[in-house]
Design a protein around this ligand. Structure first.
Ligand SMILES: [Zn+2]
Length: 296
């Protein structure tokens, strides 16, 4: 019970921090190719595809960021935002949907993103209830597996990743620019959050990372859901961390050990210095990974 209360308190703290801190956040813009840029502010990293066909946004952070996002977009292109593609349903990636959808952008996402945005959700590990979003925020074009869009001279392959960070993740491969937007299957340089209460799993995240590694070459730029712009070597390091942690936990589980027993042995100890300084506290990430793997 106390643990539960602590978790809800952490969740509330995180939520109020997000809202309070959007006030003074600046957006930074990084050009990746003739047509593609990355925007960073508060929340998930945004991809921007521009050209004569209009602006396509990949994710849109929190609602209070929309005006600043639009300013940053207008510095690149004067065309209207025609599409917003969501990598998954979490509000640090879809919070601007209502604003952009209300201005006429068409929102595109996996079927489960629409399902979750249109109904009340709870992110259990963070103790965070998330009420349904208003209808203007819901995706109007949805897909069950993959979708390809051809806009601004770019072939955009939108590839669903089953049971990964959530049950509605998509990665986006911009073939011509050789850029991949990974969404939250990739937290660059830090432990990931995996939302097992809305259909995510560690095995699914690792599977998604392996599919990105198969698409990428040494020149591919990878936009992670969170953290700095990455290349393939960053993703290789992340993959090694995830698979090693999984291997250690499974070995302990196979010995019949409980979650607490595994925590005492601290399977993250040699990783915490490099990977434990981000959004996810090591103890929370470890507990999510153990409980997820124990269920298999
Ligand atoms: Zn997320």
């Amino acid at each position: 019970m106390i643990r539960k209360m602590l978790m809800s308190f952490t969740g509330l703290m995180l939520m109020s921090m997000c809202i309070a801190q959007t006030e003074d956040v600046q957006i930074t813009s990084t050009k990746l190719s003739e047509t593609l840029s990355m925007l960073q502010g508060r929340g998930g990293n945004i991809g921007v595809l521009t050209g004569a066909d209009g602006v396509i946004l990949i994710d849109d952070q929190y609602a209070p960021m929309s005006a600043r996002i639009l300013d940053a977009v207008e510095a690149i292109s004067k065309e209207p935002v025609r599409f917003v593609i969501n990598t998954h349903w979490h509000s640090d990636h879809t919070g601007g949907n209502e604003n952009f959808g209300g201005k006429g952008a068409l929102i595109v996402a996996h079927d489960n993103v629409r399902r979750r945005l249109s109904t009340d959700q709870v992110i259990k590990a963070l103790g965070r209830p998330v009420p349904a979003a208003p209808e203007q925020a819901w995706p109007v074009i949805t897909f069950s597996q993959n979708l390809t869009m051809h806009l601004n001279g770019e072939e955009i392959r939108i590839l669903h990743q089953p049971r990964a960070h959530t049950d509605g993740d998509a990665i986006l491969y911009f073939v011509n620019s050789n850029v991949i937007h990974a969404g939250d299957v990739f937290f660059n340089g830090m432990y990931p959050f995996i939302d097992t209460s809305t259909g995510g799993s560690l095995n699914g995240v690792i599977g998604a990372v392996e599919r990105i590694l198969a698409l990428a070459d040494d020149n591919t730029r990878i936009i992670p859901g969170h953290g700095p712009l990455a290349d393939k070597s960053d993703l290789v390091a992340y993959h090694a961390m995830l698979t090693t942690v999984r291997e250690r936990i499974i070995a302990y589980l196979n010995q019949g050990m409980t979650a607490t027993g595994i925590e005492i042995r601290d399977p993250l100890k040699d990783f915490n210095k490099k990977w434990g300084q981000g959004f996810m506290r090591p103890d929370v990430w470890l507990r999510i990974a153990i409980e997820d793997l124990a269920e298999k």
